[in-house]
Design a protein around this ligand. Structure first.
Ligand code: SF4
Length: 366
């Protein structure tokens, strides 16, 4: 028979264990995704080839800033791959959504995507499955992600989440996608649709719920769910409520992002009052200017590249009209496009005078 003090002792130990269990369970739920994502970044970056490549890029870039060309082959450590070039919404500052460009709807070719990943896998660390269109309109999206994941690459995407139903959420979680950015620019339908024209806030909220549910069901710490709120004049008053909503939805992160606007020199109706969230500032000449200085350099030319759904290799994600195509993957390898004569000339022109390019004048790269 258990004597009274021993019984009490046992009870105390059990309660402590139980409290510890609940603490770790709660702790795990809250930070599992953050920790896992952090380790995925380390794991995909720290391989001998990738570190060597990053060092090579850094040296080559720094020498280029002082006018010394190394002529080394450049292999970026991230690429954006565009799964499809059309969108289901009509956001006013997006050329794809507003259909200002005459494009033929195209899903990226599966074989081409695998080839470019195979070609770059030793030196690449991160594949961003997003450029202009809504990535989930490509039905092969999760297979593309899974292929990059199987090659030990970090993967991410950005979506308006209108197509994430229960089944799609499960497929996304199973694909191994590391990070998903979900655009949610309002806490009421009225405010949300002022920018996400044609979108339903309910669907976006439900998408986060489905993803959280499937992460729990499948005991998966990925994807890291980031809600992104583009701060505009039309929604900035809802930023405090957004913080509450993101917490309630158990998103891993909420970020408030500044918007790139096309017509900004004479002001723009979407410019927020809160100057912290504006890329532009009013100067004494009565015109708005980009806040960051426009130095004659661009590290992004060394770090990254963009592959459109048609296979064009572009200098960066600011080239929304494909004005500076370095080559096409249907005709050449990635390396031949990225180090083509055109690419070298473009980089040299940036070094001489970045302001000569309209897109570089409205770019946050420092
Ligand atoms: S817009 Fe110009 S400066 Fe900016 S990332 Fe692209 S190439 Fe570089």
């Amino acid at each position: 028979m258990i004597r009274h003090p021993e019984y009490l002792h046992l009870l105390l130990v059990m309660s402590f264990q139980r409290a510890l269990f609940y603490y770790f369970k709660l702790f795990n739920q809250m930070i599992n995704s953050q920790i896992y994502y952090f380790f995925r970044i380390l794991k995909t970056t720290f391989t001998p080839f990738r570190i060597f490549n990053a060092l090579k890029l850094e040296i080559s870039y720094r020498l280029s800033v002082i006018g010394v060309s190394t002529n080394w082959k450049l292999s970026p450590f991230f690429i954006s791959i565009e799964p499809v070039n059309v969108c289901n919404l009509h956001c006013p500052e997006c050329p794809t959504g507003m259909q200002t460009k005459n494009v033929k709807p195209t899903n990226i070719d599966d074989v081409m995507t695998r080839n470019v990943i195979d070609e770059l896998q030793n030196t690449l660390t991160h594949v961003i499955f997003y450029f202009q269109g809504e990535p989930l309109l490509n039905r092969n999206f999760t297979n593309l992600v899974n292929y990059a994941y199987s090659k030990k690459l970090l993967t991410s995407t950005s979506t308006n989440a209108q197509l994430i139903n229960d089944e799609m959420a499960k497929r996304i979680v199973q694909s191994g996608l590391d990070r998903i950015i979900i655009s949610m620019d309002g806490t009421t339908q009225e405010t949300y649709q002022k920018y996400r024209v044609g979108g339903k806030l309910d669907k976006t909220i439900q998408a986060v719920e489905f993803l959280v549910k499937w992460k729990r069901e499948l005991k998966s710490p990925s994807p890291f769910i980031e809600i992104q709120f583009l701060v505009l004049k039309t929604n900035e008053h809802q930023m405090p409520e957004m913080k509450i909503l993101a917490k309630k939805l158990k998103a891993d992160k909420l970020s408030f992002k500044t918007a790139q606007l096309y017509d900004f020199e004479n002001g723009n109706m979407l410019l927020p009052e809160n100057k912290k969230y504006s890329r532009y500032e009013l100067l004494s000449d009565g015109k708005y200017h980009l806040k960051n200085p426009l130095h004659n350099r661009c590290k992004r030319q060394w770090k990254g590249a963009v592959v459109t759904s048609c296979g064009d290799v572009l200098p960066c994600c600011f080239d929304k009209d494909s004005s500076f195509v370095f080559g096409n993957l249907n005709e050449k390898s990635f390396e031949d496009c990225h180090d083509s004569e055109k690419a070298l000339k473009f980089r040299e022109k940036i070094r001489q005078n970045r302001k000569q390019f309209e897109m570089c004048r409205n770019c946050t790269e420092k």
